[in-house]
Design a protein around this ligand. Structure first.
Ligand code: FES
Ligand SMILES: [Fe+2]
Length: 438
């Protein structure tokens, strides 16, 4: 449980809040590149950390991410015209460049110099891995987080997103809570998927042999290592190591043959706060040694794929307004929840808590260890930043170049030691293109 003051500290992300300040030390995934595909294309509404923004790709290809509201009389610039390297407000024609500088004030009767003195807040943007990133810190941005998936060619990486109507923290807590998988997703864990080369009977054997994994959590420079240990063959443990990376990412270990982990594809997520009551759930997939077939890409990225169904604005069409498609008959017959799809099951339970769960009323158990450690870490970092100490990981992009791990180890070998080599991601995408065995 968390007292009310700590719950507020953990969940509030608006300008000037301690957690909001912590998030503003990091680059954030803001938009998919496909949302700003064309120079002079349609501007996009963007809300992050409780701030309303507008994003556009200018004539010369640069990206502008600005305060959404026109400096003149606060009209939303989403309605603006994206033309000739700037966005022009449709109310009185004032125009702003990608750096927020007011360029023209055509409604003024004379050139009175007002344009030179007016500048909207603007945030640096960067493009990598199919994502448009934004840095909202207000100072010089650090390096981007060097995720392996973000350096993969498009043929071996997917990225997509959908809205979740809950605070970011309870979404992250779903992502690092491995014990729910055997219940909430009971009939989905082996759902058909096109990744035949990944799906290992041996991994499933170990997962099914021991349904009560022992969890341990280690600190890491980038966040936390969450280790799940299962009994395997005599004298060995089957380990699954999930990373939590600051401030809101996870990497999910693959269900491959434990000795094939080095060449395995894996998932990752990010839960990016829109405001205190909503977040974007981003899903990534990296396939270091395999180029996707069209079916695999559709499964990973399609609007009706594993993270769907979503509409053209990336909003789930199964949502709280229609009970996520809950089918009581199926719940009785063949589906633990009666809800289709892992992502919809997660959204249903996490959104059902209310947008900000009252953590003072919880009764946590031993299997909630990772959640306790996550909260403790985030509160500590927010308080340290209040005292003037910035989070080291925010400035050290190279720390993020890691992989999740599935491995069999002799009982005496500590997981930190036994999994260390497998955690290092490839240094370059070229290294990844070695052919698959068999
Ligand atoms: S409100 Fe935008 S130009 Fe007047
Ligand atoms: Fe889940």
């Amino acid at each position: 449980m968390l007292n009310a003051a700590d719950n507020t500290l953990l969940t509030q992300v608006g300008p000037g809040t301690p957690m909001g300040n912590l998030f503003r030390r990091f680059w954030l995934p803001a938009l998919l590149e496909e949302e700003l595909a064309e120079p002079d294309g349609a501007p996009v509404k963007l809300r992050l950390l409780g701030e309303d923004l507008v994003a556009f790709r200018a004539t010369d290809g640069r990206i502008g991410i600005l305060d959404a509201y026109c400096a003149h009389r606060r009209v939303h610039l989403y309605f603006g015209r994206n033309e000739e390297n700037g966005i022009r407000c449709v109310y009185h024609g004032w125009k702003f460049g990608v750096d927020g500088q007011c360029l023209e004030t055509p409604s003024e009767p004379v050139d009175n110099g007002i344009a030179r003195r007016v500048k909207l807040t603007s945030y640096p943007a960067a493009e990598r891995g199919g994502v448009i990133w934004v840095y909202m810190g207000g100072d010089a941005p650090p390096p981007l987080p060097d995720f392996e998936w973000s350096r993969m060619p498009e043929t071996q990486r997917t990225v997509t997103k959908r809205v979740q109507r809950s605070n970011w923290a309870q979404a992250v807590e779903g992502g690092i809570d491995s014990s729910h998988v055997s219940f909430l997703h009971k009939h989905n864990v082996k759902q058909p998927n096109p990744f035949k080369f990944q799906d290992s009977p041996l991994s499933w054997k170990y997962l099914e042999l021991d349904r009560h994994p022992v969890f341990s959590v280690d600190d890491a420079d980038y966040g936390l290592l969450i280790n799940a240990r299962r009994n395997a063959d005599p004298g060995t443990y089957y380990w699954r190591v999930t990373q939590f990376l600051l401030p809101f990412y996870t990497l999910t270990p693959p269900t491959v043959d434990p000795d094939g982990c080095e060449r395995a594809a894996y998932y990752g997520h990010a839960w990016v706060p829109i405001d205190d009551h909503q977040c974007w759930t981003w899903s990534f997939h990296a396939s270091p040694h395999h180029v996707y077939s069209p079916e695999e890409r559709e499964f990973l990225q399609g609007r009706n794929g594993i993270w769907g169904p979503i509409d053209e604005r990336y909003y789930p069409t199964l949502n709280m307004d229609n009970d996520y498609g809950l089918d009581r008959d199926r719940q009785r017959r063949d589906n633990f929840t009666g809800i289709d799809g892992i992502q919809n099951q997660d959204a249903a339970v996490q959104e059902s808590m209310g947008t900000i769960v009252d953590r003072s009323k919880e009764r946590l158990g031993q299997s909630d260890l990772a959640i306790v450690r996550f909260r403790r870490l985030m509160l500590k970092l927010a308080r340290e930043l209040q005292a003037g100490q910035a989070p080291r990981a925010a400035a050290a992009g190279e720390l993020f170049n890691v992989r999740p791990v599935t491995v069999l180890l002799p009982a005496g070998v500590p997981v930190a030691q036994g999994a260390a080599r497998l955690m290092h991601a490839a240094a370059t995408p070229q290294e990844n293109l070695a052919p698959m065995p068999g």
